[in-house]
Design a binder for this molecule. Structure first.
Ligand SMILES: *Cc1c(COP(=O)(O)O)cnc(C)c1O
Length: 414
């Protein structure tokens, strides 16, 4: 039965959300619009089946086709990211990272990751997260002046604390990572090095951000950010990782199942396979290049309006704005912009003295807008609107109408 008939209440909510997405500008840098093929697979018969275990080693019956689906997904991931091993079962990015901890550490072992208020992720050792509660994290900073990663501090902290596992990766860092430098630091103390490329996986696949594959042992990622697939996660082991620890694949497989999870979401795995195929095409390469081109154009334009960008600009898909010279908090800016149909998120800036609930910055990016086909011309308009909304809250209604008009010309991809 059609959803509208069977559950009109939910159908209505879904319709409203669809309209919201259609008529607004999605600028949260961790979000994207997935393709209709990805959605078709997610909402298919594949959602109904249990498949505990791995291809050829399952604990359920009726799985003839699921081994092929999972193997296909693995094959595509290995080819795209040039790695010898992948696990495609983690339910999302955080569970993927949990499995890495479980695979290579014991409780209370020392780890290192980028501090959350400096751009790192919760799962890299933040105190309220499992990673901060069950392990002994040392958090590294960005430089107080430049807000660039302070590699010397990373090296010093690593030598002093001898972590067993180091994370490189972030959720709010607008610059390229020097994976080679991290590799040298980790090697000098014999630590495992894991790159968490959740945000930049699509940029790496598209060849517009350097790959960590030659320098790290483990790579984790989400599949729904710049990679533009279904919500999901993956863990990869590199050739370098295999050399350091030939058991890594088996340790990771065991950590994901039965260590942390039961049945994998096979509809999700099949949809990841679809997204990996999409991400292997020349048109995805063009998409990735355009994400960065758009972000740079948006950054340049925002600077003209006197916005203070953390690190002075961007190398990737995201921009972090320090709003203190604009006399508005991150929370108020987020709310005003949302009213105007521009969705961004409030964010702490490095060395922020304001509270995380009402921080001094906002974070915004171009992956979703680029998926809709927007280019530099639209970035200029959007920068103008952001400036108008923030400098004159009375303009919100007028800008809302202009946003609505613009989005009509750039339909969602489904
Ligand atoms: C988004 C993100 C994650 C977590 O992904 P979820 O799917 O939200 O669990 C992990 N690491 C980094 C760096 C991220 O940006």
């Amino acid at each position: 039965m059609k959803l509208e008939k069977q559950d009109p209440q939910l159908a209505k909510l879904m319709e409203l959300e669809e309209e919201r997405q259609r008529t607004a500008l999605e600028m949260i840098p961790s979000e994207n619009h997935s393709s209709s093929s990805v959605r078709e697979v997610l909402g298919s018969v594949l959602t109904d089946k249990y498949a505990e275990g791995y291809p050829k080693k399952r604990y359920y019956a009726g799985l003839k086709f699921y081994d092929e689906i999972e193997t296909l997904c693995q094959k595509r991931a290995k080819k795209l990211f040039k790695v010898p091993y992948v696990n495609v079962q983690p339910y999302s990015g955080s569970p993927a990272n949990q499995a890495v901890y479980l695979a290579v550490l014991n409780a209370s072992d020392t780890t290192m990751g980028m501090s959350l208020p400096h751009g790192g992720h919760l799962t890299h050792g933040w105190k309220v997260n499992f990673s901060g509660r069950l392990f002994n994290p040392v958090l590294y900073p960005v430089d107080e002046k430049t807000h660039l990663l302070d590699y010397e501090a990373v090296e010093k902290l690593a030598k002093e604390n001898k972590p067993k596992l180091i994370w490189v990766g972030a959720t709010a860092y607008p610059r390229v990572f020097d994976f080679k430098r991290f590799g040298q630091i980790a090697d000098s103390i014999g630590a495992y090095l894991a790159a968490d490329i959740a945000h930049i996986a699509g940029l790496i696949a598209g060849g517009v951000h350097p790959s960590p594959v030659d320098y790290v042992h483990i790579i984790t990622t989400t599949t729904h950010k710049t990679l533009r697939g279904p919500r999901g996660g993956m863990i990869m082991v590199t050739e370098k990782g295999l050399k350091k620890d030939p058991e890594l694949p088996i340790k990771i497989d065991r950590s994901v199942f039965p260590g942390l999870q039961g049945g994998p979401h096979m509809n999700q795995i099949a949809a990841i396979a679809v997204c990996l195929k999409e991400a292997s095409t020349p048109s995805f390469k063009r998409y990735a290049a355009l994400i960065v081109k758009n972000a740079k154009a948006l950054a340049a334009e925002l600077k003209k309006y006197g916005f203070n960008l953390i690190t002075g600009g961007t190398d990737n898909h995201l921009i972090l704005i320090d709003l203190r010279n604009k006399n508005i908090s991150g929370k108020d800016a987020q709310e005003l912009l949302e009213e105007a149909g521009i969705t961004v998120n409030k964010n702490t800036i490095p060395y922020d003295t304001a509270s995380p609930f009402n921080p001094s910055g906002i974070r915004l990016g171009t992956p979703a807008l680029t998926t809709r086909g927007m280019k530099e011309k639209e970035m200029k308009l959007i920068a103008l609107w952001i400036n108008e909304v923030i400098s004159n809250p009375k303009s919100v209604k007028r800008i809302r109408e202009q946003v609505r008009k613009l989005t009509k010309k750039f339909p969602l991809p489904h």
